[in-house]
Structures are given as C-alpha cells and as structure tokens.
Design a protein around this ligand. Structure first.
Ligand code: SF4
Ligand code: MG
Length: 329
C-alpha cells in the first residue's frame, strides 16, 4: 500500500527582487495513518512554506515549486489542476494555522461558518448542518456548544477560537491534518490543552498529522518522527526518541539544550548563538557553519550531504557520526 502522505525531494523557490531564494531545498518525509511527523525549525527555515506546498496553497507567484513530489495514497498532488486540488483541500488534507483570529471570519457567527462548510461541501440542509456543527463543537470540547453556535469569533477566548479552527479543519474528516504552529499564540497551559486535544482527535480519527513548530517542547510526547529544518534544508531526520536521545546534528543539539527539561533541574539553558541566515544570502558550505560550535574549515567549503547514522536516522553534518556518538549535553 502507498503511504498516506509522501513528500519527496521538495524544492520551493521564491523570486525576490530579481533573485532566486531557495525557501525549501530537498525536503522528504512520509506519514502514515495515526502518525505524527513534526517539522521543526526557526522562522525562515522553510517549514511553513513546505506545508503550504503540500496543502496546495502555494502555487502562486513569486513562489514556485521547482521539483519534488507530494503524493497522497499514491496520487501526485503537485501539478493537479486547481479544480481537482480543491477537492482534496479540506476533504483529504486540512490545515490549522497559528492565528485563529485571522483565519475565522469576524463578521459571521462560528455556527454559520461551520455550517457553511457542510452546506457547500456536503450539500447538507439547515437542520442537518446545525446538528453537525454542534457535534463538531462538542468533539473539540467547547462547553455549551449548542448555545455558542450563535457567537462571533471575538466572543471566544484564544484557546476556544483555536478549538473552533480545529473543528473546521476536521469537519470534512481529512486523512491528513497539517497544524502550523497551532499553539504559538497561546499561553502555556492552553498550549498543552490544545496539543492534548489534537493528539486525542488524531487517535480517534486515525488521521496523519504534520505538526509544524519552532518549539521542541511542543513536539515532545506527540511526534513519532521529527524533521529538523535549517535555512530551507533538512538538518536532521529521525524517530522522535532517537533524536532526543542521540541527536546527530549540532543544530539539533543546540535546540535540545535550549529547551527547559524536567530531568535537568536548574541546569543552564544554552540558546544557540546568532540568528538564522537570510535565505537570499545563505552561507557557503554548511548553512549552519557561522553559528556552529563544532565547525571546522571544511564546513565553510563543502555542503554536507544527509547521511545515515542509524536506521531511519540521518543528519546533514560532516561530523554526524561523531556528534551522534557523543554524550548528550
Ligand atoms: Fe557544524 Fe560543520 Fe556539521 Fe555544519 S557540517 S553542522 S558547520 S560541524
Ligand atoms: Mg510559520
């Protein structure tokens, strides 16, 4: 059987001020039913662009999918005509964004917005669409769902709005849910509730989930596999447990060292020095070399290929094997 979602060697470019910017440079991953793949990276790493390409909402200038493949159960999505693409969006692949307030229409009640989906996409009538909307709001655990259908987005808290957006994404029972920084705008306790909700819903519905985040803390306990992106490229790719236990890329080590952890009581947090590079002016060789504590002369000269350090575990570092073998910090 073909995997649920298979992204292979995806390359996305932007044309900015007459210059080609490589936003995504060879991203590959697969996702099966009930699995979560986390795409981890700082802003500008290409992780959101990659998600939009998969969702089919990027085929507009100045963005260009230069090559690669995105297959859903074996069907190539890239290059499908927009009319066919629309059939996939929502029905097969749905997306949750960071900011529910901009994704929801402020003018209409949440009930109307959810019911509109059932009306347009499923041809349901008034009564049926209302019943479905209530069911959906209960599913995402909005208290007094029936009563709140008539409320507008601004009458809900940030966390509740995010639940409504999740409800809308799930309305058509997609096979794949792409969650792009779904908790970033929320405070820490609400973040945990939303992640719990997403994990539970994924279990119930047996969806595949692509979780895009800059926060390794959000990923813990949710992701089966993790893809770490840096400056548009894959820095490391591994089963979650392997990546936490034995990272093979200095960037991943840096990310792990800067996450507060229960098992490192009072230990210092070590943020990675410097800022990610301008995608329009990437450093030579390894794009991480200006910030890398382990860099040597070869790093500025040669771009490291993605190499395997263990089955299913790869890193793009000239010293991946040594980094993988070293004691965790
Ligand atoms: Fe650091 Fe060099 Fe590895 Fe890049 S290739 S991550 S600069 S050690
Ligand atoms: Mg983003």
């Amino acid at each position: 059987d073909a995997p649920l979602l298979e992204v292979d060697d995806l390359h996305v470019r932007f044309r900015v001020r007459g210059q080609d910017v490589h936003a995504v440079n060879g991203l590959s991953y697969t996702l099966d039913e009930g699995e979560t793949v986390a795409i981890l990276g700082e802003s500008g790493s290409g992780k959101s662009v990659a998600a939009q390409a998969v969702m089919g909402i990027l085929d507009v200038p100045p963005a260009r999918i230069e090559r690669g493949s995105v297959k859903l159960r074996g069907t190539e999505l890239l290059g499908l005509p927009e009319r066919r693409r629309r059939e996939y969006r929502g029905d097969r692949v749905a997306m949750v964004f960071q900011d529910a307030l901009t994704a929801l229409n402020p003018v209409f009640t949440v009930g109307d917005q959810i019911r509109e989906l059932y009306r347009v996409r499923r041809g349901l009538g008034r009564k049926e669409s209302k019943a479905k909307a209530i069911e959906l709001m209960e599913r995402v655990r909005i208290p007094s769902a029936a009563r709140r259908l008539g409320d507008h987005p601004h009458q809900f808290s940030g966390g509740m709005r995010q639940r409504i957006m999740i409800a809308m994404a799930l309305a058509l029972e997609p096979d794949v849910l792409i969650a792009d920084e779904p908790t970033t705008a929320l405070d820490v306790t609400v973040q945990a509730q939303i992640m719990r909700l997403l994990a539970d819903l994924q279990d119930e519905l047996r969806m595949g989930m692509v979780l895009i985040t800059h926060d390794l803390g959000v990923v813990a306990g949710v992701a089966d596999r993790i893809v770490v992106m840096y400056a548009g490229s894959v820095a490391e790719r591994a089963p979650a447990r392997a990546l936490y236990a034995r990272p093979a890329h200095p960037y991943t080590r840096g990310l792990l060292a800067s996450v507060p952890r229960l098992d490192r009581r009072g230990g210092p947090l070590l943020p990675i020095k410097g800022a990610p590079p301008d995608p329009a002016a990437l450093p030579s060789g390894c794009p991480f070399h200006p910030r890398c504590p382990r860099a040597e002369a070869v790093c500025a000269a040669e771009r490291p290929p993605l190499v395997a350090v263990a089955p299913g575990h790869e890193a793009a570092c000239h010293f991946a094997a040594e980094v993988h073998g070293a004691e965790p910090e």
